[in-house]
Write a protein that binds this ligand. Structure first.
Ligand code: GTP
Ligand code: ATP
Length: 206
């Protein structure tokens, strides 16, 4: 096992455990026959190359990665409606198996790029054969529309490294505005959608 494998092992464990636990929220709501604020959950351990690049640009020494790089373990929770985000935040804040270190509200404070999401940095204890290791993890909470925009923008970013030609920048801004309007429209017909879900489940007996 090389140094990176050893360093990343608790992060892999944290990500797997957090994925199961946060997906559990969805199951709990479904069992109670309620609409879940969680639509789906994804998770990843930051690729080594990306850790190295970020450490270099931020001047983070390798022996300080555990304390300084908070997104090596990353979880993403997607939901249908903007209001679901606050519900999920409250559930995370109330949990006893993790503690909140920091919150970043890029929904109230949309980034210049057009990026919207709510981020919670947590401290999560992982039990290993060497004892308990406290791992920092980043939970990104966003609607499906926010996720659509961010995923496309992230892909484009690989090509342009953030230096977009004016035409592309303009189109990304338009797309961000459209995603915002989509969220607003969906929130307004939320009750209608929930009624339709109940009707569908009753009809299908699920
Ligand atoms: N697609 C997209 N994702 C973003 C953008 N800004 C932030 N993110 C996501 O949010 C994460 C954390 O961003 P920030 O809270 O700004 O953290 P940071 O350390 O200041 O910035 P990063 O170096 O991007 O991690 C990033 O790693 C991305 O996954 C953006 O403009 N576009
Ligand atoms: N918290 C997260 N949960 C799930 N997936 C994530 C999370 N953060 C980033 N990802 C995804 O993981 C992949 C690789 O991540 P990487 O850390 O290189 O991207 P990034 O977040 O943009 O990095 P950086 O902040 O260093 O620019 C990308 O597809 C990214 O969208």
């Amino acid at each position: 096992m090389d140094g990176w494998d050893q360093f990343l092992a608790p992060y892999h464990q944290a990500v797997e455990e957090l994925k199961v636990k946060l997906k559990g929220i969805r199951t709990d709501y479904r069992l109670g026959a309620h609409s879940s604020p969680v639509e789906f959950v994804t998770a990843r351990v930051k690729p080594i190359q990306s850790i190295i690049e970020k450490a270099n640009t931020r001047n983070i020494p390798y022996d300080e990665l555990q304390e300084e790089m908070y997104d090596i373990a990353g979880i993403r929770i997607m939901c249908q409606f903007v209001d679901d985000i606050e519900v999920i935040c409250r559930l995370v804040r109330d949990r006893e198996d993790m503690s909140v270190v920091e919150e970043r509200d890029y929904i109230e404070n949309t980034k210049e790029s057009g990026y919207r999401s709510y981020h919670i940095i947590i401290k999560y204890p992982v039990n290993t054969i060497h004892g308990v290791v406290d791992i920092l993890a980043e939970i990104q909470i966003r609607t499906l529309a926010m996720n659509f925009w961010a995923t496309i923008e992230h892909t484009l970013n690989y090509k342009y490294s953030g230096e977009y030609p004016p035409e592309i920048r303009h189109r990304l801004q338009n797309a961000a505005d459209a995603a915002y309007l989509l969220d607003k429209e969906m929130s307004e017909i939320r009750e209608e959608i929930h009624d339709a879900e109940k009707y569908y489940k009753k009809k299908r007996n699920i």
